[in-house]
Design a protein around this ligand. Structure first.
Ligand code: G
Ligand code: G
Ligand code: NA
Ligand code: MN
Length: 251
């Protein structure tokens, strides 16, 4: 049996789970929200990470039903949290080819009764460069509803500055490959990382740095004015039950 066939059964069999990773206010350390990250508990292979099966799900056309499950599950979970906390959800390029994307999001918000501004959709440059008319239209509709759009993995793509200027989004997530260089002893790498953060800040969008693992990285990001940070330093992706426990403790 191959992974693709297993994936069809997995959705029905409840083998997928969402983990949630906090992102915090860089200046104060307060939690601003959580990013949903998909996990697959395969009956024989054990834990399979999305890097391995999301591309397969896209090829097999499974990303649309899987993506819908992710949207509905994450919104329903966020409805249990204090209302100031956001939920960030990753979207694949293939989801934008489905006419159902906007209606599914509208319905997930309505049935979970969470305010649209609590929902943040993460898209990569690959998404926005692909079929950009349709993507622009969908993102425009979502933003009119009050949903926020984040540009994920910033600094790793190929879009021109003028394209980024026109693209309708609210937040930049600086890729963790740059953040990791903030602790590197190599001055050129450190300068590049700093420049990427500065550039994101200067575009006038709100910013999140990903993959923050050390106090040293955090200090540089705070100094540079990066609004939010996310990474193992603050917390790993955790099951919903662990988040609920953490929030009850008042973290
Ligand atoms: O959690 P991890 O580091 O293994 O994630 C690897 C990649 O999989 C990341 O690029 C992430 O954006 C993507 N990913 C994780 N969860 C989801 C999801 O729910 N939907 C989509 N489309 N991609 C996801
Ligand atoms: O592409 P995307 O940004 O969605 O990928 C997020 C992935 O990065 C998650 O799967 C998560 O497991 C991983 N991640 C989150 N924080 C850290 C970190 O501090 N260090 C490392 N190495 N990976 C991280
Ligand atoms: Na992401
Ligand atoms: Mn990223």
């Amino acid at each position: 049996r191959n992974l693709e066939r297993d994936m069809r059964d997995a959705l029905a069999g409840g083998e997928f789970e969402l983990h949630y990773q906090p992102f915090v206010n860089t200046a104060t350390g307060e939690i601003r929200g959580f990013e949903a990250l998909l996990r697959w508990h395969h009956p024989r292979r054990g834990l399979v990470l999305p890097g391995e099966f999301i591309p397969l799900a896209e090829e097999a056309g499974l990303i649309v039903p899987l993506g819908e499950w992710i949207l509905r599950t994450a919104c329903a979970e966020a409805a249990k949290w204090p209302a100031h906390l956001k939920i960030a959800i990753n979207l694949s390029p293939a989801q934008f080819r489905s006419k159902e994307l906007v209606p599914v999001i509208v319905d997930a918000l309505a049935s979970s009764e969470i305010a649209p501004h609590r929902l943040e959709l993460e898209v990569t440059e690959t998404v926005i460069m692909h079929d950009s008319e349709a993507v622009f239209a969908a993102l425009g509709q979502l933003r009119e509803l009050g949903v926020r759009i984040a540009l994920d993995d910033f600094g790793t793509g190929y879009s021109s500055l003028s394209f980024l200027q026109r693209f309708p989004f609210d937040k930049i997530k600086v890729d963790r490959s740059f953040v990791s260089e903030l602790s590197s002893a190599r001055a050129d790498a450190h300068h590049l990382a700093r420049a990427v953060v500065r550039f994101a800040v200067s575009l006038g969008k709100t910013t999140t740095a990903e993959g923050v693992e050390t106090k040293e990285q955090l200090d540089v990001l705070r100094e540079e004015g990066c609004v939010e940070t996310q990474g193992y330093y603050f917390g790993r992706p955790m099951p919903a039950s662990a988040i609920a426990k953490m929030l009850r403790r008042g973290a």
